[in-house]
Design a protein around this ligand. Sequence first.
Ligand code: NAP
Length: 527
Amino acid sequence: MDITQTETTPRLELPPFQNEKIFPGCDDPQVKDAFPRAIARVRKELGKTYPLFIDGREVVTEEIIDSINPAEPDEVVGRVCQAGAKEAEEALTAAQKAFQTWRDTSASERADYLVRAAKIARERIYELASWQVLEEGKQWAQAYNDLAEGIDFLEYYAREMLRLGQERDMGSYGGEVNQYFYQPKGIAVVISPWNFPFAISCGMCAAAMVTGNCVVFKPSSEAPVVGHHLVEIFCEAGLPPGVFNYIPGRGSVIGDLLVDSPRTNIIAFTGSMEVGLRIIEKAGRTPENQPSVKKVVCEMGGKNAIIIDDDIDVDKAVTGVLYSAFGYQGQKCSACSRLIVLDAVYDKFVERLLEGARKLKVGPAEDPENYMGAVIDRSAQEKILGYIELAAKEGDILYSSEVPDKGFYVPLTIVGGITPEDRLAQEEVFGPVLAVMRAWDFDQALEWANSTRFALTGAVFSRNREHLERARRDFRVGNLYFNRSCAGAMVQIQPFGGFKMSGVGTKAGGPDYLLHFMDPRSLTEQS
Ligand code: NAP
């Protein structure tokens, strides 16, 4: 950022940040009318071909993959052009060129693009959410709330940049005046997962761009059509060419190239621990022709636990656990996959949990009657089914739901008799499999809750103030919740992200996040 520009450009005035309203419920009259109509409209558009978007232009490639509906694998949601090495290099070149101007565009102007993008997404919310219902198998509420979170990221980061974009007077000493301000790092490669296909992609791209970086965005190969929505929204918002480039392509084909490129300055990644660690390692190598040390903003997996104390409101806790474990088929980094129940309430609580689970319907996400839908693809289905086989060996299957024949379904599964050393208690399954553990007392429950490599989310249901205070200190995760679900963080009020093998501690949607995308500078002037 150029210090003189910040001073002369009129400052964008925005009202204080407020979270977007979350899904009002399937029985809401507007929802009942708007969602089915939007899904029907989207269905008419299925099967279109989506080009890459580089330097403000559409780029068509020979290689195309079909993105399909996981609940209806014969249904092609979109046909998506695939970037290879050539297109990845072209995108880096476009970003590099655009950076020369974008970095000196004022913070206000850059923030204004985000606010415009938020308005566009808000106006299209039902339609955009409907694509997620079909491409990612998200229930109405899950899809809608993903959009709401994406809009929140746009609005919040716009305001954050207005705050950080003002140079700070650091005081004077011996006739010298001192200022402190930030400049962008350069080219940001954004690599996103499929499970929050709009929110996470939008958040990482928005943060990178509003801080003055130019983006090369590689969406997940499971969510490229939703990834293309960012192209539509940022184009309509009027972003200059080259600031945002969209290059869908297999991680195994272009991932290393983007990470290794000496032109890449920062990588914003959200996904699995395996891929995240690989990126961190590769980005740590610095070839001679690389002008700067790469920064990696990295959010990874979880193995989240909920502790059930012996004095709880059982109904509330059952609802919270079912939502945490099986909302969006357990395919959330924040999902509960370990339930640690104190011995004194174990039998009663587990019985009520199973009662609740038996009532949950499994079927296509587009039907709001279904609580749980298909998992994202065949390989996820096979992997989760493998874990369910393992669960039967390591513990006892307490409940396994029926599933439809067609589509990538796995049963909603609850397994008892799991102990901390079991693989079911240690590895991220990323599906609707809940491992239940019996702990003798609260100390043991806390010890078990902390006994994995991950540290993302967790929850405690308890009325015991002393226990809650101990959990506040000793339950060491990035996002801890008391007496509610461990999923569903909101921008600004619950900045999200973990540490240990869950991430490098960067908290998306929080007050420190934008700082990762910039370098601070200090200026001293003697009169
Ligand atoms: P993933 O398999 O790690 O993929 C994430 C992204 O990395 C995709 O775009 C993928 O591309 C790309 N990729 C794959 N190999 C790569 C390589 N060698 N170099 C660079 N990029 C590469 O994860 P996922 O299955 O999409 O998402 C689920 C995971 O994300 C879970 O572990 C979940 O816990 C985690 N997650 C964490 C958070 C958080 O905030 N902590 C939030 C959401 C999800 P392709 O799709 O083309 O393979």
